[in-house]
Write a protein that binds this ligand. Structure first.
Ligand SMILES: [Zn+2]
Length: 501
């Protein structure tokens, strides 16, 4: 016997979307709930379904995925983006939240909008499942009542896909049909394999995947927290971040709420990574966020997108200033892939592909925890082709990208020699040496060395860019560094003001 409920909501023109809530009573011993979410195109709405214990059981973002979701006590019958398991009887809550940041949404609705939700529940005799995206064969969330949101407690962060300590190739920013991308999850798996990636992070807008389909490529849970004032990734998300606006803490759209969210995320051990900080109209505007809370910055977003070459140069420059203030924030890349592999943002242009640019991470092994640890340590370079092999010799010791060289330099008269060899490069390209934000040497070819003495320099750092003869960015490394610096610059905004960008 099925139980059917219907909610409709009109959103008036000019309304600044708050949070809409709808309750329904789920009969005891229900075995499944089928949801249908319909919304007009002018509002990018997120639907969140909390059970009687306030565990988040279903997420749906009006995007490119099917609008029917089946929440079932058995994982094999439940939809993607659900948390399967026992369905407690009692008062369930559906909240409807606006998501900002795409092209088609604004902080206020520019015309009338509306949505409709249908809830059908029952026991036994489940609804025809052709209309639902299945959960997939690995569930990242254990089916147990958890209270606030949910935890990614069914994911094995330590599972080793390759035991070797080496450079792994990946992508920290990807999308699927479950937000505004065109790729299915298995489409991303296939594309990543074609691009010879070892890993990628699943970072759909404002939804946390609760499952994936098992794959040889390592898939790391993440989310792109998406607001009208900028986007950031939680890399290695451990629990559902409360991204509802109009929360008591000030909510997703406020500086105060965002700072709290950063804090909560950092406490879980996940990484906070600011995305495309200088790409208009999605540039970073949360200027009060302390630089000490940011683990990494997406310096290089999809190079095939027309505004990105300039935004990337801005980001590189700002990143130099960050390092000059003594903050060791890791520079990463992200394809931000939304399109199918044959599609381009420009007519006849280069396709926008997952893994372009690729971010290389020198990790102890291929596991989510080792990859994320190595990112925290800055053992990273980003590339569209050349493989950067960089080593620093100080006395009889050798150091690599991301290493601190303080003790070795002090023991060896502050003298060091850094060597770069590029694999996959040609003789027409240039290696730029960047010391404390200044280009100190530019050399053509695939080999270059730079000797330095930092005796009276104090805190210092060194890294390389690789560019074409025309100056186009082909790759960049993270720094090696000496010493530390005390600074009065604490926030993103302080630094912007100081350098007047
Ligand atoms: Zn994105």
């Amino acid at each position: 016997m099925a139980n059917l409920i219907n909610f409709e909501q009109k959103i008036d023109k000019g309304k600044s979307l708050p949070l809409f809530s709808h309750c329904f009573i789920l009969p005891d011993e229900s075995e499944w709930i089928a949801f249908t979410f319909n919304a007009t195109n002018n509002a990018w709405l997120l639907f969140l379904v909390f059970d009687a214990d306030r565990t988040l059981r279903t997420q749906y973002l009006r995007g490119n995925s099917l609008n029917k979701l089946l929440l079932h006590k058995e994982a094999t019958k439940s939809s993607a983006l659900t948390v399967p398991g026992e369905l407690p009887g009692g008062e369930w809550l559906i909240q409807v939240v606006p998501t900002y940041g795409s092209n088609n949404d604004l902080q206020q609705t520019t015309s009338e909008a509306s949505y409709e939700i249908t809830v059908e529940s029952g026991k036994g005799g489940v609804i025809e499942q052709d209309h639902f995206h299945s959960l997939g064969n690995t569930c990242w969330v254990l089916p147990q009542q958890q209270g606030k949101g949910f935890l990614i407690n069914g994911y094995d962060w330590e599972e080793v896909k390759d035991p070797e300590e080496k450079w792994y190739r990946g992508d920290f920013h990807t999308h699927t049909i479950f937000s505004d991308g065109k790729m299915t999850r298995s489409g991303n798996n296939d594309s990543a394999r074609n691009q010879k990636l070892d890993f990628f992070v699943a970072t759909d807008h404002n939804i946390v995947h609760t499952s994936w389909s098992e794959e040889e490529v390592l898939i790391i849970p993440g989310i792109e927290v998406t607001t009208s004032k900028g986007h950031w990734n939680i890399l290695g998300v451990q629990e559902w971040p409360d991204i509802r606006p109009s929360m008591p803490n000030g909510g997703l759209e406020s500086e105060k709420g965002m700072k709290l969210l950063f804090q909560e995320v950092k406490e879980t051990g996940a990484l906070c990574s600011v995305n495309h900080p200088f790409l208009s109209p999605w540039a970073w505007q949360f200027t009060n966020i302390p630089l000490s809370m940011i683990d990494s910055i997406e310096i290089w977003n999809d190079p095939t997108y027309k505004d990105n070459p300039i935004a990337t140069e801005h980001a590189l420059n700002f990143w130099s200033h960050i390092w000059n203030e003594g903050y060791h924030i890791t520079g990463i890349g992200g394809s931000d892939s939304h399109l199918l592999p044959h599609e381009s943002y420009n007519d006849g242009g280069q396709p926008s592909l997952i893994g372009d640019p690729a971010t290389y991470v020198h990790a102890l092994n291929l596991s989510a925890s080792a990859i994320l640890d190595a990112v925290k340590q800055g053992k990273v370079f980003v590339s569209r082709g050349p493989f950067i092999s960089l080593s620093v010799s100080i006395g009889n010791q050798i150091f690599k990208i991301g290493d601190e060289i303080t003790a070795a330099l002090e023991q060896n008269g502050y003298n060091g020699r850094c060597t770069v060899t590029l694999e996959n490069g040609d003789e027409n390209i240039f290696i730029y040496w960047i010391e404390n934000g200044e280009v100190v040497l530019k050399e053509q070819g695939i080999n270059s060395s730079y000797s330095f003495n930092w005796k009276n320099k104090g805190y210092s750092w060194l890294r390389v860019d690789v560019r074409s003869a025309e100056g186009q960015l082909l790759a960049f490394s993270n720094p090696i560094y000496y010493g530390n610096k005390n600074t009065s610059v604490t926030s993103w905004g302080d630094l912007l003001k100081k350098i007047e960008m």
